[in-house]
Design a protein around this ligand. Sequence first.
Ligand code: KG4
Ligand code: ZN
Length: 339
Amino acid sequence: MNNINILGIESSCDETAAAVIRNGREVLSNIISSQIAIHTEYGGVVPEIASRKHLEKIDDVVSLALKEADCTFDDIDAIAVTYGPGLVGALLVGVAEAKALSYALNKPLIGVHHIEGHISANYIENKDLEPPFACLIVSGGHTHLVMVEDYGKYEIVGRSRDDAAGEAFDKVARAVGLGYPGGPKVDNAARTGDPHAIEFPRGVVAGNPYDFSFSGIKSAVLNHINKAKMTGAEINIPDLCASFQEAVTDSLVSRAIGLCRERGIKKLAIAGGVASNSHIRSRLESECAENGIRFYRPSPVLCTDNAAMIGCAGYYEYLRGRRDGLELNACPNLKLGER
Ligand code: KG4
Ligand code: ZN
């Protein structure tokens, strides 16, 4: 079989990224230019700044991805790009770049769903992983529990009714003055804290037992902080972070393991930026082991936004015959499984 090289491009939020992926699972290069340092000044992502920075970086990031992969454009078989969901102005930069390359080089263009990219990150380091499997996607914008029935075929079993898990981490971090992005900072502060120091709710929702809710947990943390401020009580940041993280972890782990047990699923993967959380990873690891479930988790650099995952998802879309025309547009609210 001839090698198939996909150039992946990602610009949906605050990372400008390009990667070359061979035959779906081999990373020849994975270049990520992060804007975190810029947005930190504002305490969160500023969409206009994100778009402008993507525009400044995208050409260099693509060139670097080719150089590091020891490739030229001639070696590329197709260009895969995130076209949603995400910030519209940010997405447009990647989509325009991919369309221009596709037109100029006369190579196929493939639009990729950002969440499908996150899920596909699991294929890169686990050459034996094939659908079907369950996947818990926890990122800054999304919390989904899905059954990956086949490549590109998903059943959404549960989703967050309000905030995404990452959003809750970011808001709690901001409230205690840890800064942006909050996830890694809360993760770190929680290491020396007592996860049972403060009892926060577990986000139970009526109706679908697999749906999540994080706004109640977040509000309980904010109430705790406000109450402490009013009474002059000292806030123990490690204890607060560990207790908050424990509540989020319980909520995620109980549903993911519950789904596997209910349906007799023996493979569970996690994906998205929050999937790099050390506590969530270790709890899932031990509960999967107890329940005879094989646990898959991408390395942290493949959990947060990157283009290797887009190249990987793009490869399977390429095999399935997906080809987009130059009318491909950014879709900020694209649903998983939608085209
Ligand atoms: O997947 P991602 O890079 O971007 C989106 O598609 O949203 O996820 C970013 C989110 C942010 O909310 C960030 O705080 C969170 O992932 N995150 C973490 C950790 N590392 C990143 N949350 C908890 N623990 C971490 N170690
Ligand atoms: Zn993401």
